[in-house]
Design a protein around this ligand. Structure first.
Ligand SMILES: Nc1ncnc2c1ncn2[C@@H]1O[C@H](COP(=O)(O)OP(=O)(O)OP(=O)(O)O)[C@@H](O)[C@H]1O
Ligand code: SF4
Ligand SMILES: [Mg+2]
Length: 303
């Protein structure tokens, strides 16, 4: 299978008052055509920044994003918050047609395409002249998805697309994204905090921590044979049915928040919270090594 998107040693560093903030610090990954690559990790670990680089919205400080031969259209994004990502002064029709206008698609064709897109995402043709505030959260996210689909892209980055929605409508939006993937052979980068959602929707999963991928594998391998201490901590807290117990374990293993990645010292990014950390972990950063076919892990003690 041909990789549709590749990132080689991607870094995104920001100058901040305290020094250099390394939001993404050396990520190499590929996403195959037609697959969903799930990206998990705690808040601030660099998921959105990585997504923006793969979408071409950020120029990497270092490294390269390349697209496969069958790639077409520009990568599109579906954002977490359908309230703030839609311009309140534009009609639904204008919002969906905007990228078509930029692509110099004529007015008549734009109109037909917008009607088609509205029906694809389960909205009505007469919604076209309404404004975003007239819709529910779920409907607004459908508008955001129609906008992303307008130019028939191959690759869509879904950055927490359902986390702002009511639980009751999350499944509808997910099912729709899956249907659309089947219909159009879409490739997704799917960013989420929700480990069971990631398990449900992804073919492969990458686990990020402080700007790097700590573990990456096919979804079944990752959930059955978790290798990295960070992934284990993340998963164990999430899979314990008793929330009090889960909170306790989370407190033990994943105390506090992810440290801010400013002026990070060498060594393993996870060492300040890792129960297995040893001297070598402070001296050298573990590489992402292939431990089994397709299963990569960045820990000195894995395997
Ligand atoms: N434009 C920017 N300038 C400076 N720092 C930034 C910028 N964008 C992101 N960061 C910092 O980079 C780190 C990674 O941010 P990012 O938004 O990619 O994380 P995330 O994993 O998407 O988090 P969340 O789950 O909360 O959405 C954070 O420390 C964030 O504060
Ligand atoms: S390299 Fe060391 S600190 Fe990092 S995850 Fe492995 S044991 Fe923990
Ligand atoms: Mg984010």
């Amino acid at each position: 299978m041909e990789a549709l998107v590749r990132g080689e040693n991607l870094k995104m560093h920001f100058s901040v008052s305290g020094g250099v903030l390394k939001a993404v610090d050396g990520v190499t990954l590929h996403i195959d055509e037609g697959e969903t690559y799930g990206l998990v990790g705690e808040s601030g670990c660099g998921k959105s920044t990585l997504g923006r680089m793969l979408a071409g919205l950020y120029k990497p400080t270092e490294g390269l994003v390349t697209y496969g031969e069958s790639f077409k259209g520009k990568p599109q994004m579906v954002f977490q918050d359908p309230y703030s990502s839609l311009n309140p002064r534009m009609t639904v029709g204008e919002i969906i047609a905007e990228s078509l206008r930029y692509a110099n698609v004529g007015k008549a064709l734009r109109k037909t395409r917008v009607t088609e897109l509205l029906s694809l995402v389960g909205l009505k043709p007469d919604h076209v002249n309404r404004y975003p505030h007239e819709f529910s959260g779920g409907q607004r996210q459908r508008i955001g998805i129609a906008r992303a689909l307008a130019i028939s892209p191959k690759f869509i980055i879904c950055d927490e697309p359902i986390s702002a929605l009511d639980v009751s409508i999350q499944a509808q939006v997910i099912n729709m994204l899956e249907d659309l993937q089947g219909k159009f052979g879409l490739t997704y980068l799917f960013v989420s905090h929700d480990l069971s959602m990631i398990r449900h929707i992804s073919h492969r999963v990458g686990v990020m921590y402080l700007g790097v991928i700590m573990e990456e594998a096919g979804v079944n391998d990752l959930y059955r044979e978790t290798l990295h201490p960070y992934t284990k901590a993340l998963f164990s807290a999430a899979t314990i049915p008793d929330p009090d117990m889960a909170a306790k374990i989370n407190r033990i293993i994943l105390q506090g928040d992810v440290p801010t990645p400013i002026n990070t010292p060498p060594g393993c990014q996870f060492r300040s919270r890792c129960p297995k950390a040893a001297e070598i972990c402070a001296d050298s950063r573990p590489e992402l090594r292939e431990m089994a076919p397709g299963h990569r892990c960045a820990c000195h003690f894995a395997g």
